[in-house]
Design a protein around this ligand. Structure first.
Ligand code: TXE
Length: 508
């Protein structure tokens, strides 16, 4: 076990204090590298969730937090960014222990979200500039302006693949705009969120502006999403849970944004730089063992280079070094849980039955060759060649290290675009071609929220992130990421009040 202090119980933060769950229940959190218990965390009950909602709602309605200037709140965001950097090494270590991802990836996540906080510390200031309306369409005696206010109590529900990153994408805009937040991390990876909450308080955010509930979605989800005192739910996770949450938010007509993953195409043309394309395809699908919503899991390749490209990817995939995320030699870690490993294994069985040809991986590492990986939830990088669009392995999100290969005839851009858009999702995609005009043409025709050309996977806080189709609604990051967390109000003030004249003179 590492020397890093893992956050200890109590892990619930309700009404400004750290507390255990009301019924004393706990849940183990597991290190996916060796399947050992890291710690027990408190499992919030529905009663705890009610208490958090009541506290957040009272705080939002009675404190000066929503009425502070954007400048005051943005200063806190900047301070938080500094704290993230100061605690980077501890936080990264905790994230790696809990998720299995490599330390290098965890550190990148922390640098990325530091930038997210710094970006919103500036971007939210723009909301201070209230829009004054004048001109021919309103009387000159009227002072008319549009102002921005927080939405209220926001429930932020996050998944297990990027616990720090997904939470901070929500926290930064929600807090910059003066909302009260209730955070519910995945029960599979709650530890970094406990740490992040401690840092929020250290940065000076009011204690009741944030409440933290560590618990399973099934146990407290409905209490949070159905409550009339919750004004917004922002959710990142799976499609089935997302649908459920949208339905439950509908009852009270609360605002609801969801990011639900993808089945992302990576379209490779024969005129690509082949070495670069091999590298892009590999990075797109095997980073973090494919547990990435924007993972480039569907290779769609022009026939004349298909065999060479697949051979190159397979050769490199076989060399990916797997191990503990804490070992600098590891290029990828395990899958997050035994349950998820079972799901990924089942997908390969499905692919075989559907006629896909597993040309690499398709199983757990051999324990005789890799005894160090035998306890953890490892799965080999897998390539399934000769797939077609009707297969489940091509249409459903496996969220594992599985690449499917579909081919299109040389020069047939129409089919390439058709296949790339042939998914219920629409989160992200890639185009690999040295012909810039073609790459741009194809990028514009892809029905996906982010498209990378001759690269894969980068993002910036300045550009919006989100999906078409069943990948979700709304946008995170960018200026639109702020819009999710504000109400917009129009104030029309008559400076020279006079009788309106609609009804007979009402003079007393
Ligand atoms: O996610 P869930 P799961 C995909 C991926 C994966 C599948 C299932 O394909 O295999 O989803 O993963 C909380 N009310 N993605 O089951 O259930 C839950 O506690 C309120 C894509 O782990 O969606 C956790 O905090 N909340 C994805 C969060 O929802 C509920 C990332 C996500 O868990 C709830 C992860 C309920 N009724 C998985 N039920 C992406 N978009 O990146 C669960 N939760």
């Amino acid at each position: 076990m590492s020397a890093v202090e893992i956050p200890q119980r109590p892990t619930l933060f309700i009404d400004g204090s750290w507390t255990k769950s009301s019924d004393g229940k706990t849940r183990p959190t597991i290190n996916p590298y060796d399947a050992k218990v890291l710690i027990e965390v408190d499992e919030a009950s529905a009663e705890d969730a009610q208490r958090a909602i009541a506290s957040a709602s009272h705080f939002f309605k009675t404190s000066d937090w929503p009425h502070k200037t954007f400048e005051e709140r943005c200063n806190l965001l900047s301070r938080y960014a500094d704290l993230l950097q100061a605690h980077k090494s501890k936080l990264a270590h905790i994230e790696t222990l809990d998720t299995g991802k490599t330390l290098a990836e965890s550190e990148i996540d922390i640098d990325d979200v530091t930038n997210v906080f710094r970006f919103y510390a500036k971007e939210a200031l723009k909301l201070q500039n209230e829009k004054t309306i004048s001109g021919d369409l309103i009387p000159s005696s009227v002072q008319s302006k549009v102002i921005h206010e927080p939405v209220g109590v926001c429930v932020l529900i996050t998944p297990w693949n990027y616990p720090i990153l997904q939470l901070c994408w929500k926290l930064a805009p929600a807090l910059a705009t003066g909302n009260a937040v209730i955070v519910k991390p995945s029960e599979v990876t709650p530890l970094s969120t406990v740490y992040l909450t401690k840092l929020l308080i250290e940065a000076g955010f009011p204690a009741k502006s944030v409440q933290l509930l560590t618990a399973s979605g099934a146990s407290i989800g409905p209490t949070l999403t159905e409550s009339k005192d919750v004004d917004l739910v922002s959710f990142t996770g799976g499609l089935a849970t997302g649908r459920h949450i949208i339905r439950s938010c509908a009852e009270t007509v609360k605002r609801c944004t969801v990011e639900l993953g993808g089945k992302n195409p990576n379209v490779v043309f024969a005129d690509c730089d082949l070495d670069l394309a091999v590298d892009n395809v590999l990075t797109a699908v095997f980073t973090h063992s494919g547990q990435v919503c924007s993972s480039g899991a569907r290779l769609i390749v022009e026939e004349s280079i298909a065999d060479r490209l697949v051979a190159g990817v397979v050769e490199r995939a076989k060399q990916i070094s797997m191990g503990s995320g804490l070992d600098p030699k590891s290029e990828t870690g395990p899958l997050v849980s035994a349950e998820h490993l079972g799901k990924v294994e089942a997908f390969v069985d499905i692919a075989r039955k559907e006629g896909g040809k597993v040309v690499c991986g398709g199983m757990r590492p051999d324990p005789k060759q890799h005894p160090d990986l035998a306890q953890g939830y490892f799965f080999l990088p897998t390539v399934v060649d000769h797939c077609d669009r009707t297969m489940r392995i091509v249409q459903e999100e496996t969220f594992g290290p599985i690449l499917t290969v579909e081919r299109f005839k040389d020069g047939d851009e129409e089919t390439a675009v058709f296949l790339a858009n042939d998914t219920a999702y629409g989160l992200a995609g890639g185009v690999q071609s040295k012909d810039h005009a073609r790459a741009e043409r194809i990028a514009r025709r892809l029905r996906h929220g982010t498209v990378w050309v001759n690269t894969y996977g980068a993002y910036t806080p300045q550009a919006e992130w989100g999906g078409y189709g069943m990948s979700g609604n709304g946008r995170e990051l960018g200026s639109k990421g702020l819009d999710e967390y504000i109400e917009t109000k129009h104030i029309w003030a008559e400076k020279k009040p006079a009788m309106m004249g609609w009804f007979k003179d009402a003079r007393m």
